[in-house]
Design a binder for this molecule. Structure first.
Ligand code: PEP
Ligand code: MG
Length: 577
């Protein structure tokens, strides 16, 4: 039995067998062959090519009927590459010419091809290098007899209930594995506030991230307990520990049952303030939970997930149908956030200035959309069209200047005019809001509040940018502090700006769903929360016994704390008063 420690995600506990991903870690060594060994080596290589093709065919056959069309296209493209003479025949030539082992020959030829693709002007062709690396890894595993897996070979049945063990997962991959009903995942990299973790929480997938390399102790088929609450993994647990964790799983279920009794209770503080509790969603699948907990609406719909795991952007029509489906199946306000691509949220298909968007300080979110009307316009049209079918609001992410707001408002006005001319229905009074995620926007919130219908504080990014720490880098994760006085005073400033302009201010970062901060946020004057639906009832429980007026007075002291441990102590006494 061995315990490994990282950052815990979600409240759940999973118990299951390890399914180890090792896609990036194969380093074949060179061995020199005698001339008479070469024919057998070539035969071994050809056998591995056939075995790889057979595996692809099996995965294709087992793709769930509702899997995105792109998954099959992806697999077919890889199968084609297995027949490409530039990869296969050239590797055989290297075995023959240099008298080296198949693994080394393949890796050499793969590196040559990757270099060629890297030099391509066209970003689509440049991205082809990833396909080459993928197929090489899989062939290498077959040649070397390594039992580990890559995500493109996921086999639905085999994966059910398994614990995925890997170096890192992207948000898109997390979506993908959840479709296969895995039990949990654990990774060496990652932080609690990355989008991968946010997706895991919303999918109720327990996880431990940031293991700092200790996942190497886990082998395929090891029995694992993943404690997503405390960030602990127990490797091959004793019977006693296993029993304790099973009891804990039962306790969690019991606690959920207790919270369920609150679904119909009005969300009101002891001193009578109504607090609006809305939900964040990434996909339509989460609506079930949103309805179950009786959320007041969707405060943040992260539309970018509609663009992931596919080879091109969804059309206006496809987006319209997706948005309409959400709007009509929930008879409550749906705040649709425009595309927030960039940082750790990456797309498979090429688009202009993709590289810059992958930096948190680059051309991401609204900046990207304002520079790429072919991405932005169809989305705005689709959202406006969906607004004819229910209560929709548009929210733009990561505004940082007044000019951006002026520009967005003008583009929306123009898009409305286009729709009017085309006699396509939309809600002419649709509300337009902005996310306050950049310190500049928080400081200028008064000005923004005059132009917009509502503000929503995105603390995940606001903390990242205020404290200058990359939210996905686990090396600086210890500095990620939602209760940092600078963050709290920015939140307070934005709430005040909203009150002054008489527009609603919500908070939709992960902080909104963390019960440790519920009273603190109430004390700062926050009346609208939007969070992962799975946290909503626990937050409501805190609200029901809170006295907002009293909290407002107590929080003044916290804002004056001069060090982090004093702040923590004061928040803790706030929570226990
Ligand atoms: C945020 O930054 O707080 C937020 C809600 O947006 P996202 O997590 O999608 O960046
Ligand atoms: Mg954000």
């Amino acid at each position: 039995m061995l315990s490994l420690f990282g950052s815990g995600i979600g409240r759940g506990i999973a118990i299951g067998r390890a399914y180890v991903l090792k896609n990036n870690e194969i380093e074949p060594q060179q061995s020199n062959l005698d001339a008479d060994q070469i024919p057998a080596e070539i035969a071994r290589f050809k056998k591995a090519v056939i075995a790889t093709e057979t595996q692809y065919k099996k995965v294709l056959r087992q793709l769930p009927a509702d899997a995105p069309k792109e998954s099959a296209a992806f697999l077919n493209a890889h199968m084609m590459m297995l027949k490409d003479p530039l990869l296969v025949d050239e590797s055989i030539n290297i075995i023959r010419r240099d008298g080296v082992n198949a693994e080394f020959a393949l890796q050499t030829q793969s590196n040559n091809l990757v270099k060629v693709f890297e030099k391509m002007q066209d970003s689509y062709l440049r991205n082809k290098k990833t396909d080459v690396q993928h197929i090489t890894n899989r062939l290498l595993r077959n040649l070397m007899g390594i039992v580990s897996h890559s995500l493109d070979e996921l086999d639905g049945e085999e994966l059910r209930g398994r614990i995925i063990v890997g170096k890192d997962l992207s948000p898109a991959e997390t979506m993908f594995i959840k479709e296969h009903r895995v039990g949990a995942f654990v990774t060496d990299l990652g932080s609690q506030i990355s989008h991968t973790s946010i997706v895991a929480r919303s999918l109720k997938l327990p996880a431990v991230v940031g293991l700092h390399g200790s996942s190497k102790y886990i082998n395929e088929e090891d029995l694992l307990v993943v404690d997503g609450m405390r960030g602990i993994i127990i490797l091959n647990p004793s019977d006693k520990v296993l029993r304790e964790y099973k009891a804990l799983q039962r306790e969690i279920k019991e606690r959920e049952r207790q919270l369920n009794t609150l679904t119909r209770r009005a969300s009101k503080t002891q001193d009578g303030h109504r607090i609006q509790l809305m939900a964040n969603i990434e996909t339509v699948a989460e609506l079930k939970e949103v309805k179950r907990v009786n959320a007041a609406g969707i405060g943040l719909y992260r539309t970018e997930y509609l663009f992931m795991n596919r080879s091109q952007a969804p059309s206006e029509l496809e987006q319209f149908k997706a948005y309409k489906r959400i709007v009509t199946s929930l008879d409550k306000t749906v705040v649709i956030r425009t595309l927030d691509i960039g940082g750790d949220k990456r797309l498979d298909f090429p688009y202009p200035q993709k590289k810059s968007s992958e930096s948190p300080l680059g051309l991401r979110a609204l900046r990207l959309c304002l520079n790429n009307m072919e991405l932005f316009k169809p989305q705005l049209r689709a959202i406006l069209r969906a607004s004819a079918f229910g209560k929709v609001a548009i929210m733009v992410p990561m505004v940082s200047s007044f000019d951006e707001i002026t520009q967005v408002l003008a583009i929306i006005k123009q898009t409305k005019a286009d729709l009017r001319r085309e006699k396509i229905a939309y809600d002419p009074r649709i509300r337009i809001g902005g996310m306050i995620e950049v310190p500049a926007a928080a400081i200028m919130a008064d000005l923004f509040a005059e132009k917009l219908d509502f503000l929503s504080i995105g603390t995940n990014d606001l903390i990242q940018y205020t404290l200058a720490i990359d939210r996905v880098d686990d090396a600086v994760n210890y500095l990620y502090d939602p209760a940092h006085p600078a963050v709290l005073s920015l939140i307070k400033h934005v709430i005040k700006a909203g009150e002054k302009a008489n527009i609603p201010v919500s908070l939709c970062g992960e902080m909104a769903g963390n019960v440790n901060y519920t009273r603190l946020l109430l004390g700062l004057g926050l009346k609208n929360f939007s969070m992962d639906a799975t946290y909503l009832l626990a937050v409501k429980e805190r609200i029901l016994d809170a006295d907002m007026a009293k909290l407002r007075k107590q929080v003044g002291q916290i804002l004056r704390s001069d060090n982090a441990s004093q702040t923590r102590d004061r928040i803790s006494s706030l929570n226990h008063s």
